[in-house]
Write a protein that binds this ligand. Structure first.
Ligand code: HEC
Ligand code: HEC
Length: 295
């Protein structure tokens, strides 16, 4: 159903689409600023943002870390929209209606868009929601808060971190050689090493041809009761249902009943997902500063 090229086109379409949205947003901006006197973030009345109880700092910190690594790339550092097609989350209906992550959670679980293949726990989504809600309350400055460059780290410290955390699987002179040439925008490069899963240009293990990433998708093996195995790229999965796309492009779906059929999900990005919670802001900046030297 989804071949690599449509995905690339899809993302391209999303960014074009964002341009269109952005134009609209710019046109709309003055109207917002001249809106009648209601205090902008006090909540309650029509047209204002609902307020929510303050969340504990620890939850906000966890939410911030999750947001930065998983959402900022597309929805912007300040959640007001970004260049990779993500819209303004502060004005999103989902977040407006959301209180403690419940609406966001159902969006993330039910959306079919390729950008949102996350598997967060409810607690993580609650933290994410807390962070986004807090943003809305605290970001009084209508201007964008995007830093001009993300290259603020120390490449030497990044190298040491790389040796410790990444060198078991990657090398500057081997598989990652030239990655900074291939992905010349540091922001995209940073997203690629943080979460190398956004664009799948290499489903069958062939050479990469896309600019963003060459990472395989999540695959799944279903073992049917007669022992026959069916393998493919994972589509949708829940407790009762599973879809996959086989190498020849045909889709299969399976009803699930407890352990039948047996399902093994192989996520090629598991090592990266496991590393995510451990990165500090400094680690992220330092590593990116180091990786941009991989010309
Ligand atoms: C690869 C880019 C990308 C990433 C990463 C991404 N999104 Fe999105 N998101 C989009 C695009 C594009 C849309 C608009 C199309 C759609 O609804 O799928 C969107 C829409 C949404 C919407 C619906 C907004 C509305 O009002 O329709 C929510 C909510 C959302 N994203 C939350 C998140 C959260 C939370 C994260 C991080 C955990 C995230 N997204 C990560 C690209 C992305
Ligand atoms: C346990 C092994 C493992 C570790 C540790 C690991 N990665 Fe990866 N990484 C992978 C796999 C598997 C892929 C996807 C396959 C591929 O394209 O090479 C990948 C993909 C990538 C990519 C995308 C490569 C491309 O060509 O688009 C980058 C960049 C990357 N990793 C950087 C890092 C960094 C930086 C660290 C350390 C913080 C790290 N990785 C730690 C296994 C690992």
């Amino acid at each position: 159903m989804m071949t690599p090229r449509p995905i690339a086109i899809c993302i391209l379409a999303a960014s074009l689409c964002w341009c269109a949205r952005n134009v609209t947003a710019q046109n709309a901006a003055p109207a917002d600023e001249h809106a009648p006197a209601a205090p902008p973030f006090s909540g309650g009345g029509a047209g204002t943002f609902p307020t929510r109880p303050n969340s504990p700092q620890a939850a906000l910190d966890r939410g911030k870390a999750l947001y930065k690594t998983n959402c900022a790339y597309c929805h912007g550092e300040d959640a007001r929209g970004g260049e990779n097609g993500g819209n303004n989350l502060l004005r999103s209906d989902y977040l407006m209606k959301d209180k403690v992550g419940e609406v966001l959670s159902s969006f993330l679980q039910t959306t079919i868009s390729a950008e949102h293949k996350f598997s967060f726990t409810n607690g993580q989504v609650a933290d994410l929601a807390a962070f986004i809600h807090d943003f809305r309350v605290n970001s009084r400055d209508p201007g964008r808060m995007r830093p001009p460059t993300i290259l603020v780290g120390d490449a030497k410290a990044g190298q040491a971190y790389f040796q410790a955390k990444c060198a078991a699987c990657h090398s500057a002179t081997g598989d990652l050689k030239g990655i900074a040439t291939r992905i010349s925008d540091p922001r995209n490069l940073q997203q690629t090493w943080l979460m190398p899963m956004l664009v799948n240009t290499r489903p069958g293990g062939g050479p990469a041809d896309g600019p963003a990433s060459n990472v395989p998708r999540v695959t799944v093996t279903v073992t049917q009761s007669d022992g026959q195995k069916v393998e493919g790229r994972l589509g949708r999965i829940d407790d009762f249902f599973l879809t996959l796309t086989q190498a020849d492009g045909t889709s299969r779906s399976f009803r699930r009943d407890g352990e039948t059929p047996k399902v093994e999900v192989h996520d090629p990005m598991k090592p990266h997902k496991d590393l995510l919670p451990g990165y500090s802001d400094a680690d992220i900046h330092n590593l990116t500063a180091y990786l941009v030297t991989f010309k």
